[in-house]
Design a binder for this molecule. Structure first.
Ligand SMILES: Nc1ncnc2c1ncn2[C@@H]1O[C@H](COP(=O)(O)OP(=O)(O)OP(=O)(O)O)[C@@H](O)[C@H]1O
Length: 445
């Protein structure tokens, strides 16, 4: 492309709302539009600088610093490429969705025959933060970025998303991020916990009921499918659905219609489905515990939610964010408590079977134990902070002879509940399950 061609293209890009730059294949910025200069360069002129100097403040290309470089990939493939990067911006570091497109091959193509010029456009990812934040997903580790990249790709489409991850990894927050990044963001987000819903409860909760449908149905009640109209329906713990409920859900997804309990009319459903499970659904399908046809319906776009063990480097950022959220909820004073260096080391050194929820519980308990505003390692020491057993309770769980597994679970839960002095959210974290799962197990006994 001639200099005149580049000038024409730059003039065109100036009018484009999305921050965009023109690059050559040596990472040099040939032009940057006003949106880019404003959002990414503090209104400075960046012409002639290398993209990685501006975005990453490093002196070598991203692909030589362990990151995927969409420019390199586009140069090699000749096709548009996207990547999620952490960019320096006037507002600090932000997650940015970068898309690089090759310009049509012209007289200026390189010897290898690949295009030499590229247009790169950026979109700041609003549903996640790389800095402490009082709401939403936070993280910056490679495992978090890989998850965020999947969310960012899936969100704008209508695709059905399946979040796969251990308890406490942030599946509900991720589901909200999918919703908020979608064209349905202004519509409702309705979460349904599938665990512990009996067949009749499942139907009446999801589809609602007509007046007089059953004893106690004194008025018409809209179901959650109706409440989610125009928005997103989040089915949490979908792997817990028994076969009869699976069949009902499949019918809803296949037909796109539902009928209130006691109703005759088929009503059109209008929601985007996001579901989540901590179970290995594929293995459940092989074992015959989850319907294959339903599995294919819900598994259009799976997203792996990393365990905290896969993103340990995010612990300080997560701890700071959770502390700010706890302070905001308790006293409204964000920044009231702070973590000492020793406390941070303690948090980074331990394991978290309950993932981020367990980290949150630990930090929350420390805020209650700290007399001052600084959280010290001893406030995080479980041997001194775990609630003592109520007087008269057994401190050890003992079984004299083999018993049925369901009986064992029931007795163990009773013992754990007594020993927890009634703090159920803490108990759930210790058991490595969600508070909702704990409630379900307790209800089941
Ligand atoms: N990336 C994150 N940034 C900030 N907070 C997070 C993040 N992920 C999870 N959390 C917090 O951790 C806790 C657990 O998250 P969430 O309830 O979304 O997990 P979950 O995977 O749905 O758990 P379960 O499967 O047990 O229901 C919540 O308090 C949530 O706000």
């Amino acid at each position: 492309m001639t200099d005149q061609g580049i000038a024409q293209l730059a003039a065109y890009l100036e009018e484009v709302a999305e921050p965009s730059i023109i690059l050559d294949d040596d990472y040099r910025i040939l032009a940057a539009n006003v949106a880019y200069r404003r959002d990414f360069a503090g209104s400075q002129d960046v012409t002639g600088r290398r993209c990685y100097e501006v975005s990453h403040r490093i002196d070598r290309p991203c692909d030589q610093a362990g990151e995927a470089c969409p420019l390199r990939q586009t140069a090699q493939s000749g096709h548009p490429q996207r990547a999620l990067h952490l960019h320096h911006t006037p507002r600090g570091e932000e997650h940015v969705d970068v898309e690089t497109r090759p310009l049509a091959r012209g007289p200026g193509k390189s010897k290898a025959g690949q295009p030499r010029l590229f247009v790169e456009s950026m979109r700041v990812v609003r549903h996640a933060s790389s800095q402490p934040a009082v709401q939403g997903l936070v993280g910056r580790s490679p495992a978090f970025q890989a998850m965020l990249a999947r969310i960012t790709r899936a969100a704008p489409a209508e695709a059905t998303v399946l979040l796969l991850g251990e308890t406490g990894t942030g599946k509900e927050l991720a589901a909200r991020a999918v919703h908020e990044g979608s064209p349905r963001a202004t519509g409702p987000f309705v979460a349904v916990d599938c665990s512990g819903l009996t067949e009749t409860l499942f139907e009446s909760e999801l589809f609602g009921y007509e007046k007089g449908a059953f004893t106690g149905a004194t008025h018409l009640k809209a179901g959650l499918v109706e409440a989610a109209a125009g928005g997103t329906l989040f089915l949490d713990e979908i792997g817990e659905l028994p076969p009869a409920q699976q069949a009902k859900l499949l019918r809803l997804l296949e037909s796109g219609t539902y009928r209130r309990v006691g109703g005759v009319e088929w009503l059109p459903a209008d929601f985007r489905l996001v579901s989540a499970t901590h179970r290995d659904l594929a293995a459940m399908v092989r074992a015959g515990d989850f319907r294959r046809d339903l599995y294919y319906r819900v598994n259009t776009f799976p997203i792996h939610m990393p365990a905290l063990a896969e993103r340990r480097e995010d612990i300080p950022l997560l701890a700071a964010s959770l502390l700010a959220r706890i302070d905001a909820a308790n006293s409204g004073r964000i920044g009231h408590h702070r973590l000492s260096a020793g406390a941070l080391r303690t948090l980074q050194a331990r394991d978290y079977e309950g993932n981020i929820r367990e980290l949150r519980n630990l930090v929350e308990r420390a805020t209650l134990l700290a007399d001052g505003t600084e959280i010290l390692p001893e406030h995080l020491d479980e041997s001194t902070t775990t609630a003592p057993a109520a007087p008269g309770n057994e401190t050890e769980f003992r079984i004299a002879a083999p018993i049925r597994l369901d009986e064992l679970e029931s007795r163990y839960l009773q013992w754990a509940l007594d020993a927890s002095a009634g703090n159920r959210s803490e108990l759930a974290a210790q058991l490595g399950i969600s508070a909702r799962t704990l409630y379900r197990l307790l209800r089941k006994r």
